[in-house]
Design a protein around this ligand. Structure first.
Ligand code: 6PG
Ligand code: NI
Length: 186
């Protein structure tokens, strides 16, 4: 028999990779100034606190190549607003992406170029097809880490500047006893 390659492994219940060369990026509270609506609450938090970690398999890039990574978005709030990722359009706007919910509970905030926002529920097993020309941000509405696997074209890139004015929706903890969160227009 030919030699068989042992590919990278992902633990579906946690998003932890094994047998894979990883590139890690940590985003802390200090990295997201003016992102949360309650600026005083943001200033009152430890700037070194981790918001999320992204682990991406170090794999070949170029036209047609795909990247695979997991985002671990920790549970927490700034004031009443849930922890979220920075959020971005792809630099190459026509490039889509797929997210798979692994563990935890949350929302995927999607926004078109014209500013129309919508939410998809993220939970273990959820599949999210992010279309072309659509900005995306994860929001952790639960009290456990929200982990999601992503697959995207290596050429997609990130355009963070286009969303400098923020997304059209924000998600806060709700004081209504029947729902955990409520979305408000920004
Ligand atoms: C990507 C993916 C994903 C994303 C992370 C962190 O295009 O690379 O959407 O890996 O980068 O969830 O989110 P931010 O890039 O918005 O910080
Ligand atoms: Ni993306």
């Amino acid at each position: 028999n030919p030699d068989v390659i042992l590919p990278p492994q992902v633990a579906w219940a946690s998003g932890v990779f094994a047998n894979a060369p990883l590139i890690r990026k940590t985003t802390r509270l200090a990295d997201l100034p003016d992102f949360f609506s309650d600026n005083n609450a943001w200033r009152g938090c430890d700037p070194q606190q981790r918001l999320y970690d992204v682990e991406t398999i170090d794999s070949p890039s170029g036209e047609g190549a795909l990247y695979v990574g997991v985002t671990h978005l920790y549970a927490g709030k700034i004031g009443d607003e849930f922890f979220m990722t920075r959020g971005h359009f792809h630099q190459r706007r026509e490039q889509g992406e797929v997210y798979f919910g692994l563990c935890g509970r949350g929302l995927l905030l999607l926004q078109t170029a014209s500013g129309e926002a919508r939410l998809e529920r993220v939970k273990p097993g959820s599949v999210h097809i992010i279309p072309s020309f659509t900005a995306h941000r994860l929001i952790n509405t639960g009290d456990e880490t929200l982990s999601a696997l992503a697959v995207w074209p290596s050429v997609a890139g990130h355009d963070y500047a286009a969303l400098a004015g923020g997304f059209a929706l924000r998600v806060f903890a709700s004081d209504h006893h029947l729902q955990e969160w409520e979305a408000r227009n920004d």
